[in-house]
Write a protein that binds this ligand. Structure first.
Ligand code: PEP
Length: 252
């Protein structure tokens, strides 16, 4: 049985006071023994402070990215060791905004995934097609390529301590979520591709859906058999919305 997971990707939003208000509201209404696991991923600069605010709560801390290198002359970068040092348990790798805006290749994302696991961080690997890929029938090909880069560098066993997030790029921040059946179809494809290498790991690997999830559509997306939770952008910045998504995940 896979425990549902809801992760909030704050992207480049928030101030210290806004973060404190948001976290205070979330943890005051989030059960100590929750049915769904909750992770929040603030910008690097706020990680330590948000981690302090989360202390004594069941909410976990994640980062939005990590450097593939261990240490050294990489101005502006943050290593897996540093993330671990400030209390992160998770880190997002391969978000489409980084793949597109920062031109991150599948191979670089795989190296980031490996760097995270090397320091006992759980990577949240984002995969997903662009609109042109979907319209030209290439969704499976793109998602397979992104997933295979991880399988080739890290092996299928690496997915036993990772989270996958299927995020169709056309659904991110657009208000246009994938239909539940569209999400299920790709999630089942991902699980089958993992199962072709190791059925036991495929059965336990959490696969989240991300892309315009909100309180009003969470239940129907999370009702799909291979959708194990959500990676939430915009709606993770609003306590009521985020808590409603967590509740939907907890009762799936
Ligand atoms: C995301 O950035 O990962 C995301 C899913 O964003 P949104 O929920 O705003 O579409």
């Amino acid at each position: 049985m896979r425990r549902p997971i809801v992760a909030g990707n704050w992207k480049m939003h928030g101030t210290r006071s806004e973060n404190a208000r948001l976290i205070e509201e979330v943890i005051s209404r989030y059960p100590a023994d929750p049915a769904a696991e909750c992770i929040v991923c603030p910008p690097y600069v706020y990680l330590q402070e948000v981690g302090r605010l989360l202390r004594d709560s069941a909410v976990l801390l994640g980062a939005q990215d990590v450097c593939a290198e261990a240490q050294g002359a990489f101005t502006g970068e943050v290593s897996a060791t540093m993330l671990k040092d400030v209390g992160c348990q998770h880190v997002i790798v391969g978000h489409s905004e980084r793949r597109l805006l920062n031109r991150e290749s599948d191979q670089l994302v795989a190296r980031k995934f490996a760097a995270a696991q090397g320091k006992a961080l759980v990577p949240i690997l984002c995969v997903g097609e662009q609109l042109t890929d979907r319209e030209s029938g290439r969704t499976r090909e793109v998602v397979a390529r992104q997933l295979d880069a991880i399988l080739e560098l890290c092996g299928v066993r690496s997915l036993a301590s990772a989270v996958i997030a299927y995020e169709p790029v056309w659904a991110i921040g657009t208000g246009r979520n994938a239909a539940p059946e569209q999400a299920q179809e790709v999630h089942a494809f991902i699980r089958a591709r993992i199962a072709a290498r190791d059925a036991t790991i495929a059965a336990v690997a959490p696969i989240l859906y991300g892309g315009s999830v909100k309180a009003s559509n969470a239940a129907e997306l999370l009702a799909m058999p291979d959708v194990d939770g959500g990676l939430i952008g915009g709606a993770s910045l609003k306590a009521d919305e985020f808590l409603a998504i967590l509740a939907a995940a907890g009762s799936r």
